[in-house]
Design a protein. Structure first.
Length: 342
């Protein structure tokens, strides 16, 4: 491995909610929301990441703040490519001539066409070679699981757009399930519930804040309450209501049920030898959804398996993809690669 490439190779966890970039030898160097603000007149990018996220739900006519990824896949190709390019330039400030090798994480349930779009976005954004790694695989490596050993490792990665459940053994995915119910759906469920119960309309950012401050998947000891502000659907005026954690849990019930079902369905498809291993080692929870209070207890309660939350659930996918970059030759087998056809 020539020294000249050191520090140029990078791994990208291109997520629905956040994009993380890992640069070889430097670790995770960028963690920003996957949001782009564009000018509607010229189509030029006005802001990306944190700055653009602050604009969501607050833009005038001339500006639109969009999330170019939906359900873990690219919904707006041009915006994704511009966002990726902007992120790469943030990481390689001086070296515009550097064409990095890039490992990009994708959900395990994505189609060949969607996968192609991710690769194409990487090439358009200036990568020399693009390799794909499946998110649950990256999450397992990032959470420090012994993926190359002949034992069953189960990982549940609850992201923004997708929930990935996979059983991994011998460096490959044995059974996996990718469902498009995840963090975004939890937010949407809160919006729907507030509309139904209180006739109050919330913005998506407020819903996300409610989920973070009050959300839980299992009854907790001290259940907090909080004031929630929105627009009254009857009078059309702003209004504040006090909501308890128990109510928010009720609001989240449907998407949580879907996530639990996905875990059960995957266990159902798991070969018995590996199921025995998982009974010993437990299930590892990663992704932003792992931060939801009591999700580990809920899964433990419903499956009877031990459940552990990864040390840094938000960055485990990026760290796992980064490990693929650091030990490129050793981990070649987990990458889904093909030669680019012109």
């Amino acid at each position: 491995m020539a020294n000249t490439f050191f520090g140029r190779d990078m791994a990208v966890d291109l997520g629905t909610a956040n994009t993380l970039v890992y640069a070889r030898g430097r670790g995770v160097v960028l963690d920003e929301p996957s949001v782009v603000a564009l000018s509607t007149a010229t189509g030029e990018v006005l802001a990306v990441g944190h700055e653009a996220k602050r604009m969501v739900g607050r833009t005038p006519d001339g500006i639109v703040a969009i999330r170019p990824l939906k359900d873990g896949v690219i919904a707006d190709f041009d915006a994704t490519e511009q966002m990726l390019r902007w992120f790469i330039e943030q990481v390689h400030r001086r070296r515009h001539f550097a064409k990095p090798r890039m490992v990009i994480c994708v959900p395990s349930g994505i189609t060949a066409v969607e996968q192609r779009a991710v690769k194409e976005a990487g090439y358009q954004a200036g990568a020399r070679r693009v390799y794909i790694v499946e998110e649950p695989m990256a999450a397992a490596i990032g959470a420090g699981l012994p993926v190359h050993q002949p034992t069953g490792n189960m990982v549940v990665d609850v992201g923004g757009g997708t929930t990935e459940v996979a059983v991994i053994s011998l460096g490959g995915i044995v059974t996996s399930l990718s469902i498009r119910t995840a963090g975004d759906d939890l937010d949407a469920a809160i919006v729907q519930w507030m509309k139904k119960e209180y006739s109050l309309l919330l913005g998506e950012r407020t819903a996300e804040e409610v989920k973070i401050s009050l959300g839980s998947a299992f009854p907790q000891r001290d259940e907090p309450e909080a004031e929630v502000r929105g627009r009254d659907l009857v009078s059309g005026l702003p209004r504040t209501v006090v909501v308890s954690a128990a109510e928010v849990r009720q609001a989240l019930e449907e998407p949580l049920h879907a996530i639990v079902d996905a875990v059960r369905a995957t266990l159902d498809q798991t070969p018995p030898e590996l199921a025995g291993d998982i009974m010993d080692r437990g299930i590892v929870l990663t992704g932003g959804g792992a931060l939801l209070r009591g999700l580990d207890e809920r899964l433990r309660h419903e499956t009877g398996m031990p459940v552990h939350v990864a040390d840094q659930p938000l960055t485990s996918v990026a760290h796992g993809a980064g490990t693929c970059v650091e030990q490129f030759e050793a981990l070649q087998q987990v990458l889904v690669s093909d030669v680019r056809r012109f």
